[in-house]
Design a protein around this ligand. Structure first.
Ligand SMILES: Nc1nc2c(ncn2[C@@H]2O[C@H](COP(=O)(O)OP(=O)(O)OP(=O)(O)O)[C@@H](O)[C@H]2O)c(=O)[nH]1
Ligand SMILES: [Mg+2]
Length: 398
């Protein structure tokens, strides 16, 4: 065949292939544009996370799930809707009252005896001690009950019952100096919508920090918070960030994290604060490690996390997460945290598995800060605001 004809055929084939490739590329780009129109926010957040968070990943779980099927509406419906507040309170109130050791019943049966003797009063004190209310509080309550009984001349059972209830409410609601506790979270005390409120979770390992971080984000979403960011500043265990991510994915909350085990937790916390600030989020919750090589390291690290977060945002709340089943042992650890970094409130977890309800009174008196939240189970919505009356009713066995 003539060489010119061969070249002409090759040129024709190349031109056809070229045209086909250009047509294919045009169809692809048209499809991509259509996709972008459906989820503009998604694209914005993607470019943000790849531009700004190279070392520390910022994963926007809601956006990721939208990527997966390219259908924003169906992805949204896959997210959990946290339980609303009224139903949560109703469900957990009875669990809270059952968690309290009904030592009030025992007290009541002693107090309704005729002519209380010295040994009866000792029995009252022992009952309080057994319920873990702490020695000082037990003595104080006995003194007040004795005085009240004399002053009021309480004779009949109903009178004694209401006296006891008032005493217990006072013990649960006031600190050592008689000041009434304010159980509101800082974000409710200064509810300026333009502010980002930072909550740091601290406590020994296994107390329930990560679980509570997840549950708290659900509780706040259920109460109407629009945007929450989580910071996975526990880099001691690689799995810790995954654990937090799982919680976040369920409600579509972004997590700022590092996948490197042993990464600097303070830098994760710093990035998290930066992201929360840039996003104008209402709340940033920072999960921290409960264990390091030693106690001093842990306290130093928590201090550093706090300082770097405060370069961007003030830390309004430091919640100490305490396992109620550890009783008086947990108290010693709690004091170390309180002294080293200062705390603004307590989350008492695993109250569902504890019959030592008196620990609420003891820990508040000892640390001088209120129990703001209680964990009442392993379910995602098993976290509640502490409800004093429900709790005291439980103590009284009502
Ligand atoms: N029954 C019950 N279990 C709880 C509660 N809160 C947490 N837990 C369980 O306690 C265990 C430890 O919880 P985590 O949230 O991992 O504890 P942590 O403080 O983050 O632990 P580290 O990350 O190791 O420091 C998990 O199995 C939780 O399900 C609660 O209120 N009730
Ligand atoms: Mg944890």
């Amino acid at each position: 065949m003539d060489i010119h004809i061969v070249w002409a055929i090759i040129a024709a084939v190349l031109i056809i292939v070229g045209i086909a490739l250009v047509a294919f590329a045009l169809v692809r780009s048209k499809k991509a544009n259509a996709q972008r129109d459906i989820t503009p926010a998604m694209q914005e957040s993607d470019s943000r996370s790849s531009d700004t968070y190279n070392d520390v990943d910022s994963t926007d779980s809601a956006d990721d799930s939208r990527h997966a099927d390219g259908d924003a509406a169906s992805a949204t419906s896959e997210l959990d809707v946290p339980e609303d507040n009224a139903s949560r309170m109703h469900r957990l109130r009875s669990r809270l009252s059952h968690s309290a050791n009904p030592f009030g019943k025992a007290l009541f049966s002693i107090l309704t005896r005729d002519n209380l003797s010295e040994s009866d009063w000792e029995e009252v004190e022992d009952t309080l001690l057994l319920a873990d209310v702490g020695a000082d509080t037990a003595m104080g309550m006995v003194d007040e009950l004795r005085r009240d009984a004399r002053v009021n001349g309480a004779q009949d059972a109903a009178q004694i019952q209401s006296l006891l209830r008032a005493q217990l409410l006072k013990a649960v609601n006031t600190d050592k100096d008689g000041h009434t506790f304010d159980r509101r979270l800082e974000l409710e005390v200064t509810p300026d919508a333009s502010d980002t409120h930072v909550i740091m979770m601290v406590g020994v390992n296994g107390s329930g920090k990560t679980t509570t971080t997840g549950k708290l984000s659900r509780l706040l979403l259920g109460e109407g918070s629009q945007q929450i960011v989580l910071g996975a500043a526990d880099t001691f265990r690689a799995a810790a960030a995954d654990q937090l991510q799982t919680w976040a994915d369920r409600v579509g909350v972004p997590v700022v994290r590092s996948d490197k085990e042993g990464a600097d937790p303070a830098s994760v916390a710093f990035e998290a604060a930066q992201r929360a600030k840039e996003d104008n989020a209402q709340v940033l919750i920072v999960d921290t490690a409960g264990r390091l090589q030693n106690k001093t390291n842990l306290m130093d690290e928590l201090g550093k996390i706090r300082r770097v977060v405060e370069k961007n945002l003030p830390v309004g709340e430091v919640l100490l997460v305490l396992d109620a089943t550890t009783g008086q042992n947990g108290m010693a650890q709690a004091k170390v945290f309180a002294e080293a970094i200062g705390i603004t409130g307590i989350v008492l977890t695993k109250l569902d598995g504890s019959a030592k309800g008196g620990i609420v009174i003891a820990v508040q008196r000892e640390l001088g800060v209120p129990v703001k939240l209680v964990g009442l189970g392993e379910g995602p919505d098993d976290l509640a605001r502490f409800d004093t009356e429900g709790f005291v009713d439980g103590i009284l066995g009502e």
